[in-house]
Design a protein around this ligand. Structure first.
Ligand code: NAP
Length: 226
């Protein structure tokens, strides 16, 4: 798969390296073409690098790591994004005291509204960069969830497959509206990582347990709540 990285900072560089190691063709885009080329040179694995415009033209799948900026501000034209899969890994800034306002429009929905011909998929926002350092092994032993939401089912499948390639356990979360909940999880995990546990290796895994046939507690009763 051809993957263009738009913004090769911590997230862009890490995910780009991991995908390149798995045999994907990766282009590292940045504001400064020389920086992109230098990253590719260090990474190897046949990666290339240059500008964000070049990355957007290169990839069938694009990773968008530029928080809070409209693609029209980052690229010279957004037409190049038409039909492509745009992975949004962004989270909101952490507010003072983790006092987040309710999410009424997710960053991913805002992004999709800015580039309506693009297939925006929310993913990779609920773990810290340090976790990527463990990928694909030993990460795959821990079933760390990547929550994937987007309105295009085929695009979701592609992103889930990219998550699996690098040792994560993808979870299909349905339509892009659900990015509000996933971004809430991103806020929650940073409360753990930065605030409560102060450990970047804190992760979230959704696990479906085997059903209990015995129901020794009487099973679920009809609720009396109105
Ligand atoms: N780091 C994490 O552990 C982590 C985990 C989950 C989600 N996230 C989210 O992922 C996003 C990226 O985080 P990060 O840690 O990768 O940040 P980062 O290392 O600071 O990288 C940010 C990228 O944004 C680009 N950028 C910044 N200002 C720009 C501008 N004015 N125009 C164009 N490009 C600009 C930078 O471009 P250049 O390459 O040109 O310098 C850089 O590549 C954030 O929304 C963050 O919340 C981060």
């Amino acid at each position: 798969m051809k993957i263009g990285i738009i913004g090769s900072g911590n997230m862009g560089r890490s995910l780009g390296i991991l995908w390149a190691e798995q045999g994907h063709e990766v282009f590292f885009g940045t504001r400064d073409a020389e920086k992109g080329k230098a990253i590719a040179e260090v990474v190897g694995h046949s990666t290339t690098g240059g500008t964000n415009d070049e990355a957007a033209a290169f990839g069938d799948v694009l990773l968008y790591t530029v928080r809070g900026m409209n693609p029209a501000e980052v690229l010279s034209s957004t037409e190049v994004l038409s039909g492509k899969i745009l992975i949004d890994c962004n989270n909101f800034d952490v507010p003072e005291g983790f006092a987040y306002p309710p999410i009424v429009q997710s960053l991913a929905e805002k992004l999709a509204a800015e580039v309506p011909k693009t297939r925006v998929v929310k993913a990779f926002n609920t773990m810290a960069q340090e976790v990527f350092e463990l990928a694909p092994t030993p990460l795959k032993d821990y079933s760390v969830s990547v929550f994937v939401a987007g309105d295009d089912a085929q695009a979701r499948q592609v992103v889930m497959s990219l998550a699996e390639d690098i040792g994560f356990a993808p979870v299909d979360c349905g339509g892009l509206r659900n990015a509000r909940l996933i971004e809430g999880l991103g806020d929650f995990i940073r409360l753990m990582i930065i605030g409560q546990l102060q450990n970047p290796y804190a992760t979230i895994s959704v696990k479906t347990l085997p059903s209990e046939q015995q129901q020794r507690l009487g099973g679920r009763q009809a609720s009396n709540l109105n």
